[in-house]
Write a protein that binds this ligand. Structure first.
Ligand SMILES: NC(=O)c1ccc[n+]([C@@H]2O[C@H](COP(=O)([O-])OP(=O)(O)OC[C@H]3O[C@@H](n4cnc5c(N)ncnc54)[C@H](O)[C@@H]3O)[C@@H](O)[C@H]2O)c1
Length: 311
């Protein structure tokens, strides 16, 4: 039997590596769908209480949910787990630089695919709903790997979309967060220029907002420091793989902002735009406009309103 068929038909043993914000949510989702025997490992001893069963010497599918800071160390950690648990299919859910999934594949004798995670972590339950909500994009190291990973996610009740290669999904995830960071950086710089000319930034943004409410092509961001553990770390990951002035500029602007927002007036102006951005986003996601656009809505809707959070 081909490995894709085995993935579809068998009650597979599934291992989740890394029980953090993503791994814990995925673990619960896979276990509760009742279609697999699900196990987990984590290097953090404090998470031992979350792991209620001993992992068998061999599993069929291994989900990787550990952070990637340096590509080489990440690949070593994944290869180490493949050696220990001998899976037929590895699915890298982590955000990784382009080329990482292929490197894992070149060092393991099994199917390997990449499938990035989207969503915001508020609680494990919320993250789980986020994983269910978004279409799971999959890119295989080869065609068989991609198909096998899609079959597995579909068995768990998720919608899937297979891209041509794993490099496509790796870049798609990095661009998804970097795009948002660039928009915020653009607002940081417009705020600086406005202050230089002693202009009223809130009124200027009102003008941009007015355009956006009709054209939907100029989102209002707020010019605060970009925090959190996604946007800036993902820019750093991409920068290590590709030498880009625009990426460097984003980091430079954000660093400058950390000092600028210590000035009370700058912070107050930033907060004013934050409130404005929240109203615009709520209006456009909940309001009439969204209902009128029902026909063209993405396959990931309905979208609950998530207050703007720049992380
Ligand atoms: N948290 C989010 O909201 C979110 C959203 C989208 C994508 N992601 C991506 O998902 C990946 C995982 O992120 P996270 O937020 O769940 O990370 P996390 O830091 O919350 O959890 C990672 C877990 O992996 C464990 N771990 C690390 N190395 C290990 C190893 N070699 N073997 C076993 N366990 C190991 C850690 O102890 C930790 O428990 C990252 O690539 C991140 O960029 C996260």
């Amino acid at each position: 039997m081909k490995s894709e068929e085995r993935i579809r038909l068998k009650r597979n043993k599934v291992l989740v590596v890394g029980l953090g914000e993503v791994g814990l949510a995925l673990f619960g989702l896979l276990r509760d769908c009742g279609k697999f025997d699900v196990y987990a490992v984590d290097t953090d001893k404090n998470k031992a209480h979350l792991i209620d069963r001993e992992v068998p010497r061999e599993v069929n599918i291994m989900h990787v949910c550990i952070p990637c800071v340096e590509e080489e160390k990440f690949t070593d950690a994944v290869v180490d787990c493949v050696t220990r648990f001998n899976p037929q299919l590895v699915i890298v859910n982590s955000t990784v630089p382009p080329g990482t999934t292929m490197h894992v594949y070149s060092r393991c004798r099994c199917l390997v695919a990449h499938s990035p995670v989207r969503g915001v972590h508020k609680t494990p339950e919320y993250m789980r709903r986020e994983i269910m909500r978004w279409t799971k994009y999959v890119g295989g190291a080869n065609a068989r790997s991609g198909r096998a990973a899609c079959l597995h996610f579909e068995k768990a009740g998720l919608k899937t979309q297979l891209l041509r290669t794993c490099t496509d999904t790796e870049l798609a995830k990095l661009f998804e967060t970097t795009y948002r960071a660039w928009m915020i950086v653009c607002f940081q710089e417009m705020h600086r220029i406005s202050r230089h000319f002693k202009a009223n930034f809130d009124e200027i943004v009102d003008f941009l907002e007015d355009t956006h409410r009709t054209r939907l092509d100029r989102p209002i961001m707020f010019p605060d420091v970009i925090g959190g553990h996604c946007l800036i770390p993902n820019i750093r990951l991409l920068l290590k793989a590709y030498n880009s002035d625009l990426l460097r500029l984003a980091l430079k602007s954000n660093k400058k902002r950390t000092i600028e927002v210590k000035v009370r007036a700058i912070k107050n102006e930033t907060d004013k735009i934050r409130r404005r951005a929240a109203v615009v986003e709520k209006d456009l996601t909940d309001g009439d406009l969204t209902r009128r656009n029902l026909a063209t809505r993405s396959k990931n809707q309905p979208t609950a309103f998530i207050s703007p959070k720049q992380s």
